[in-house]
Design a protein around this ligand. Structure first.
Ligand code: MEV
Length: 441
């Protein structure tokens, strides 16, 4: 059956950019040619533009997202300006509020609990499991030797393959096994390095086991890194005397604030619907740093959400505690980042983000991203248990509403004056603008 909509296209990637845009023009029935408008979002410098458009196939233009910085982020006694790339208007403001608050209360304390990366060779074996175990024992050295050239440079940087084991998964799928390989990748994300090593090892396994057809048949299904990296873990926390929370507790006493905060944290610990939103607030900060520094935020998110479910049901990644007169808030974040390779240097703005951070190593960047996540999460929960989220959120969202309503500079001035200290909502601003426009004919 023919799919609905426009006819299927073959060879789209072979078309020139102009030809692709002509197709889009027809698709959206635009009277005006999209081309000059799309051109206006491209980089004016031809060299820079060439760099950006190489990042993806079927390029038509660049998509802009704000790049901002969060000042006053004190992590392990050091002051950072943290770059963030994010489209949600309140995220940087929320992180900055939290960063400033904690900067005079000891700052964020972060530690690296591990930096292990993982990869897997997925295979089937038709013979007796013991035969495979015996053969595998004898083959591990050959498999490692096959990666010698690939791992040489990584070893010089302190990385390499740190473990290799055969995992029997036949209870889940008959005949299914995994070779589980652990890696250290120094400051690199290491995706290409890991995948190359795995494919080199899988080739040895396939070749050597095929000599023992009478014992069983081997089939390599796939070799790929795992984005689940619970062994690459950051713990980040903030802590202060409960009385010191008065700076942020609004109308609540510091004790009431701490009690309500701890309860909000427990709710996120036991209820999946709340936990997902709570963790989304963490990833507001984490993703913004990950994106700014040219890292893979899909991998970071996928890993974090799996980790949040490791106890059997999805739960919160952060936890508040009250112990005597002390309030603490801790985030355990599995995160694998790199500061060399990938986009980290080839994207000029990612390179700038890293230099704003003082060109950290991967572990340091992981701690910074975790601190940003905790900062955003702390601000979000603080707002939720005090003023409510909409007051601050809608205030930050006001420019978007003004744009949607095509407000003139004079109207903007009147709107800002009118809504000072008042609850902002799209409906209320629209009503106010309509009244203004009716008054002025
Ligand atoms: C909005 O981007 C994030 C929050 O929903 C997080 C939360 O509810 O904790 C405010």
């Amino acid at each position: 059956m023919e799919p609905k909509g426009i006819p299927l296209i073959s060879g789209f990637s072979k078309l020139t950019r102009k030809e692709r845009i002509e197709i889009l023009n027809k698709l959206i029935n635009q009277n005006e040619d999209l081309l000059p408008w799309l051109d206006s979002w491209m980089h004016p410098d031809a060299g820079q533009q060439a760099t950006f458009q190489k990042f993806s196939e079927n390029y038509i233009t660049s998509f802009h997202i704000p790049f901002g910085v969060v000042p006053n982020m004190v992590i392990n006694g050091r002051h950072y300006m943290v770059p963030m790339v994010i489209e949600e208007s309140s995220v940087i403001a929320a992180a900055a509020r939290s960063a400033k608050f904690w900067s005079c209360r000891g700052g964020f304390r972060a530690e690296i609990l591990g930096t292990e990366r993982k990869g897997q060779i997925h295979l089937t074996w038709s013979g007796h499991p013991q035969r495979l175990r015996d053969r595998f024992e004898g083959l591990t050295q050959d498999m490692l030797a096959a990666t010698a050239l690939t791992t040489r440079k990584m070893k010089e940087r302190g990385g390499g393959i740190t473990g290799i084991r055969l995992v029997d998964k036949t209870a889940a799928i008959p005949g299914y096994y995994q070779v589980d390989v652990s890696f250290e990748t120094a400051d690199a994300m290491g995706a290409n390095f890991i995948n190359t090593c795995l494919e080199e090892m899988a080739a040895v396994l396939e070749r050597e086991l095929s000599h023992y057809q009478e014992e069983g048949k081997v089939e390599i299904i796939m070799s790929i890194l795992s984005n689940y990296t619970p062994g690459s873990l950051i713990r980040c926390s903030v802590e202060c005397d409960i009385q010191e929370l008065s700076g942020i507790s609004g109308k609540l006493s510091p004790e009431e604030f701490a009690r309500k905060f701890e309860l909000a944290s427990r709710i996120a610990g036991v209820d999946v619907s709340r936990a997902v939103t709570h963790n989304k607030g963490i990833y507001n900060g984490v993703d913004a740093v990950v994106l700014a520094t040219g890292n893979d935020w899909r991998a970071v998110e996928a890993c974090g959400h799996a980790f949040a479910s490791a106890g059997g049901s999805y739960s919160s990644l952060s936890e508040a505690k009250i112990s005597g007169n002390r309030f603490s808030y801790t985030l355990n974040l599995p995160i694998a980042l790199g500061t060399v390779g990938g986009l980290t240097k080839s994207h000029p703005q990612a390179a700038l983000a890293l230099s704003i951070l003082g060109n950290p190593g991967a572990g340091e960047l992981m701690m910074i991203a975790a601190a940003a996540g905790l900062a955003n999460n702390f601000s979000a929960v603080t707002a939720l248990i005090t003023s409510g989220i909409q007051q601050g959120h809608m205030k930050m969202h006001l420019p978007n509403i003004l744009k949607q309503l095509n407000a003139t500079p004079q109207e903007e001035q009147s709107i800002r004056a009118h809504f000072e200290g008042k609850q902002v909502s799209h409906a209320a601003v629209e009503l106010f603008v309509n009244n203004l426009r009716n008054q002025h004919g």
